[in-house]
Design a protein around this ligand. Structure first.
Ligand code: NAD
Ligand code: IPM
Ligand code: MN
Length: 434
C-alpha cells in the first residue's frame, strides 16, 4: 500500500510519468478486515437508500459476500489543460474517500500528460507511454484538454484527443447524462429536481467528425463531409435502447422509457439512412417508445419541454452541440459528466472544455469530473461506491453546501466542492451504519 506521500505527487504533472496508488485506509490488500465492511455490504442494505439521495435504486441491487477481496483497478489519469488539473485533483480526492467508505476496491492511478500543453512541449497531443497505458488500463479518467491558442497550421486546434482516443480505440458510444440536481441554477422556470433527467447517446466515431483533418480547402471554398455507416448507426441505436432499458427512471413527464432519434432527415440522405436503421433496430425493443425529431426542433424542445426525454441518440456533431445546450439547462457545463465507451475500453471526462477563462482562479466546478469518476466506478462494476458518491453529491446540492455564482462557477473553486462531498460521504456512511 502506498502512502499519502505517494498521493502528494499527483499535482506534479511536469514530472512526466509517475504513479501513485490511492490507498484504502483501514484495509490491507487481499482479504479485507470485517471492520472495513460498510453497512451496505453487511446486510445487503444498499437498496434501502431512498430516492431522496438522488440514487437510482437499480444501481444498488448488488450482492456481496461478507468478506470480499480488495480488487485493484489500473486507472490512467490524464489531468489535461486549463481547469483540468484542478478538477481532476478534486475528483481524485473524493475517490480516495469513496474508496475508504465503500471498501472492497482500490485504484492504482498512473498519471500521464496529454493535451495542448503536452503538444506544445513535445509536438504530440499524447505521449506513446500514455497511449500504451491507456491501452492496458481498466479505465481512464481524463480532464478537459485544449487551449484555443495552440493550433495547427490548418487553423484547427492541436492537442485534442477525440481522434486519437475515441476513433483510435473505437469508443463508439459517448454517454452524456443531463440531470437536474436540487438547487442547481437552472435558467428554466418551474423545474423540480429530476424534472430533467435524460441521457444523450452521441455517436462518437463517425458523422461529420470523421472528416477531422481531412477536409478540403481551396482559396475560395472549403468542405468537410459527413459519413455514417450501417454498422455505426446500428450499434449506436442498439446502445441507446439498451441504455433506456437499464436506466431505471423513465422520462420525467410520463415515466415512459423512450428513445428519441435526433436527425436532419428532412434534408440530408445520410440522416434518412440513419433513421431507417434506427427504426429497424427499434423493432427489437417493443417495450421502449420510439420517436424521431429533427435537430432544430430538438434544440427548442430541450429548452421548452426537457421532461419529455429519457434517451436521445444522435450523430456526433449534433450530440456535441445538444449536450452543451442540455448542460445549460441544468446549471452549467460544470454539472455534466460523460463516458466514452467501446467494447473493451472506456474513458470518463466532463463534457466541457478546459475553460481557460477561469483556469487558476478558484472558480471551477468539479462536479462534472466527480460525476465522471462515479460513471467510471459504475463501469468498473463498483456500483455501490458509485451510488454512494452520487448520493453524497445529491445531498450536497440539496443542503446548498456549494457557493455557486451565477453561470455555474463556484466561489472558492474545486477544492471547496471536494471538501463538501467528502464530508457528505463520511456522514452518509455514518448514517447508514447507525
Ligand atoms: P469550455 O467548455 O471550456 O467553456 C465554456 C464556458 O463554460 C466558459 O465560460 C467556462 O468558464 C465555463 N465552464 C466550463 N466548465 C466549467 C466548470 N467546470 N465550472 C465552471 N465553469 C465552467 O469551452 P471553450 O471555451 O469553447 O473551450 C476551451 C477549450 O477546451 C478549447 O481548447 C476547446 O477545444 C476545448 N474543449 C475540450 C473538451 C474536452 O477535452 N473534452 C471539450 C470541449 C472543449
Ligand atoms: C466534446 C468536445 C470535443 C468534441 C472537442 C474538444 C474536440 O467539444 O467532447 O464535447 O467536439 O467532441
Ligand atoms: Mn463539446
Amino acid at each position: 500500500m502506498t502512502t499519502r506521500a505517494g498521493l502528494a505527487c499527483r499535482n506534479d504533472q511536469r514530472a512526466g510519468r509517475y504513479s501513485a496508488k490511492i490507498p484504502t485506509p483501514y484495509c490491507n490488500e487481499g482479504v479485507r478486515e470485517p471492520c472495513c465492511l460498510s453497512p451496505f455490504q453487511k446486510g445487503g442494505r444498499g437498496d434501502s437508500v431512498s430516492h431522496e439521495d438522488g440514487v437510482e435504486r437499480h444501481d444498488l441491487l448488488f450482492k456481496e459476500a461478507h468478506v470480499t477481496k480488495t480488487k485493484t483497478y489500473r486507472i490512467v489519469v490524464l489531468p489535461g489543460d486549463g481547469i483540468g488539473p484542478e478538477i481532476v485533483e478534486a475528483a481524485l480526492d473524493v475517490l480516495e474517500t469513496v474508496q475508504a467508505v465503500a471498501g472492497g476496491f482500490s485504484l492504482a492511478c498512473e498519471f500521464h500528460r496529454a493535451g495542448a500543453g503536452c503538444y506544445r512541449d513535445t509536438g504530440e497531443a499524447i505521449t506513446p507511454e500514455a497511449l500504451e497505458a491507456f491501452r492496458n488500463a481498466d479505465a481512464t479518467l481524463k480532464g478537459p484538454v485544449g487551449l484555443p491558442d495552440v493550433r495547427k497550421p490548418d487553423g484547427t486546434e492541436a492537442g485534442l484527443l477525440g481522434g486519437i482516443l475515441r476513433v483510435g480505440f473505437d469508443l463508439y458510444a459517448n454517454v452524456r447524462p443531463i440531470r437536474l440536481y436540487p438547487n442547481a441554477a437552472t435558467p428554466l422556470a418551474g423545474c423540480e429536481p429530476d424534472g430533467i433527467d435524460y441521457v444523450i447517446v452521441r455517436e462518437n466515431t463517425e458523422g461529420l467528425y470523421l472528416s477531422r483533418g481531412l477536409g478540403l480547402v481551396t482559396p475560395h471554398a472549403a468542405t468537410d463531409s459527413l459519413l455514417l455507416t450501417a454498422h455505426g448507426c446500428e450499434r449506436i441505436a442498439r446502445f441507446a435502447f439498451q441504455t433506456a432499458l437499464k436506466k431505471q427512471r423513465g422520462a420525467p413527464e410520463d415515466g415512459r422509457k423512450r428513445v428519441t432519434l435526433v436527425d436532419k432527415s428532412n434534408v440530408l440522405r445520410s440522416f434518412a439512412f440513419f433513421r431507417r436503421i434506427f427504426l429497424k433496430v427499434a423493432e427489437e425493443f417493443p417495450e421502449v417508445a420510439t420517436e424521431c425529431i429533427y435537430v432544430d426542433a430538438a434544440a427548442a424542445a430541450l429548452v421548452s419541454h426537457p421532461q419529455h426525454f429519457q434517451v436521445i441518440v444522435t450523430e456526433n456533431l449534433f450530440g456535441d452541440i445538444l449536450s452543451d445546450l442540455g448542460g445549460a439547462t441544468i446549471g452549467g457545463l460544470g454539472m455534466c459528466p460523460s463516458a466514452n465507451i467501446g467494447e473493451r475500453r472506456a474513458y470518463f471526462e466532463p463534457i466541457h472544455g478546459s475553460a481557460p477563462d477561469i483556469a487558476g482562479r478558484r472558480l471551477a466546478n468539479p462536479v462534472s469530473q466527480i460525476m465522471s469518476a462515479a460513471m467510471m466506478l459504475k463501469y468498473l462494476g463498483e456500483s455501490k461506491a458509485a451510488a454512494m458518491l452520487e448520493g453524497a453529491l445529491w445531498r450536497v446540492y440539496a443542503q446548498r453546501r456549494i457557493p455557486f455564482k451565477a453561470g455555474g462557477a463556484v466561489e472558492g473553486g474545486a477544492s471547496i466542492v471536494a471538501k463538501a462531498v467528502k464530508l457528505a460521504l463520511r456522514k452518509g456512511n455514518k448514517v447508514q451504519a447507525a
